[in-house]
Design a protein around this ligand. Structure first.
Ligand SMILES: NC(=O)c1ccc[n+]([C@@H]2O[C@H](COP(=O)([O-])OP(=O)(O)OC[C@H]3O[C@@H](n4cnc5c(N)ncnc54)[C@H](O)[C@@H]3O)[C@@H](O)[C@H]2O)c1
Length: 358
């Protein structure tokens, strides 16, 4: 009899990994155990993180890497397709985070409730010949719906927004939160980390350094000429010829297109993006934990320029963005680049705002 109860408890504990906590059903008629009461063992103290678009090209490796992050205690995986499979798979990893899967609109609110950090790589990626702006019509609606859910279920969560075009989806999210009365600009961050990751890699190649030793601030936005690497501020300090500057700037601005073309119709950057997203999410969590000196580039509500949103170096803390750093001294090449970036960025921001206000 006792043995039977133990077996039921074990089954329920395993099932708790795979099912959202709303499944209020008895594991078996004779047992007093409810699935909602089950908590998989090993859940470490830490933060609750949700990934929206978790079954996608970015979402899957991102889920894998977040399951390995010791700062995560609970990992919610949400998508409109395939989350049961991805969740079952990821949940077998013997790391501390407890994983739960959520499928479709009817489970959206359960997926969001109680989350500290929501990472959004939901939406369609580019194909060759497309710009990020070509994704606007589909992704704008997806981001709007997800942000309405966040406003309702976890308005205090930090949001890491990956879905493109980031230059427009961040203003969309801000407008949704404003409408709902929950907007806190410190908690909404557009993820431009991949531009920094690429810049560090390409600059390290030119300098013959280990990329882990290189830090390139990339400001502006996340599309074409709005991606502005500040090569005059690279750490460790170094200098580039005009030819190197032009080569590096162009390669960093077109890094996404390089991958889209190489994948030849099979999507855009997913693996390097998942790596960059995790690097950024980890920084967000270290900030939430209260670590000092967590500084990364992100596309945020900003007064660094006359534009309402701009990517620059920010310090992350318990409330999200605690401080936004000015651009610092720019050389002539960067000043010209900044003007081009701002012009394009202004249109993309307006387009996002108009989508909600229309
Ligand atoms: N910020 C960046 O640096 C960066 C870099 C690369 C890609 N991206 C963007 O990230 C997004 C995702 O790219 P991907 O390659 O993973 O695409 P993908 O098509 O492989 O995956 C997207 C996932 O989103 C899901 N999805 C669609 N509608 C949804 C909804 N309403 N709610 C939840 N999930 C939904 C899909 O089912 C799919 O699993 C794209 O918009 C892409 O442009 C951003």
């Amino acid at each position: 009899m006792q043995q039977g109860a133990d077996v039921h408890q074990r089954i329920a504990r395993i099932a708790a990994h795979l099912n959202p906590p709303t499944n209020h059903f008895r594991v078996d008629g004779s047992s007093s155990l409810w699935r909602v009461d089950c908590r998989a063992k090993g859940g470490s103290p830490g933060f609750k993180v949700a990934i929206f678009g978790a079954a996608g090209g970015i979402g899957q490796p991102l889920a894998l890497l977040m399951k390995m992050n010791p700062l995560v205690s609970v990992l919610h995986l949400y998508d409109v397709v395939n989350t049961p499979g991805v969740t079952a798979d990821i949940s077998h990893m013997d790391t501390g985070a407890v994983v739960r899967g959520f499928l479709g609109q009817q489970q959206l609110e359960d997926a969001l409730t109680g989350m500290d950090l929501v990472i959004i790589p939901a939406g369609v990626p580019r194909k060759p010949g497309m710009t990020r702006d070509d994704l606007f019509n589909i992704n704008a609606g997806i981001v709007k719906t997800l942000c309405e859910g966040i406003a309702k279920c976890c308005p205090k969560a930090i949001v890491n927004l990956i879905s493109n075009p980031v230059n427009s989806t961040v203003p969309i999210a801000a407008e949704v939160f404003k409408k709902a009365g929950t907007y806190d600009p410190r908690r909404l961050l557009g993820v431009t980390m991949l531009d920094v990751v690429r810049a560090n890699t390409f600059v390290a190649e030119v300098l013959g350094l280990d990329p882990r030793e290189v830090n390139v601030p990339v400001v502006g936005g996340h599309a074409g000429v709005t991606i502005l690497p500040l090569l005059s501020q690279v750490k460790p300090p170094c200098s580039f010829t005009q030819e190197e500057t032009e080569y590096l700037t162009s390669r960093i601005q077109n890094g996404g297109t390089e991958v889209v073309e190489a994948k030849a119709g099979a999507g855009s950057a997913t693996l390097s993006m998942a790596y960059a997203a995790v690097k950024f999410a980890d920084a967000s969590l270290r900030g939430l934990r209260g670590d000092a000196g967590v500084i990364e580039c992100a596309f945020v509500s900003s007064q660094v320029t006359e534009l309402p949103f701009f990517a620059s170096r920010v310090r992350l803390g318990r409330n999200g963005v605690e401080e936004i750093y000015p651009l610092g001294p720019l050389n002539e090449y960067e000043r010209v680049g900044l003007e081009k970036a701002k012009k394009e960025l202004a249109g993309s921001i307006d387009k996002g705002v108009a989508f909600i206000r229309k």
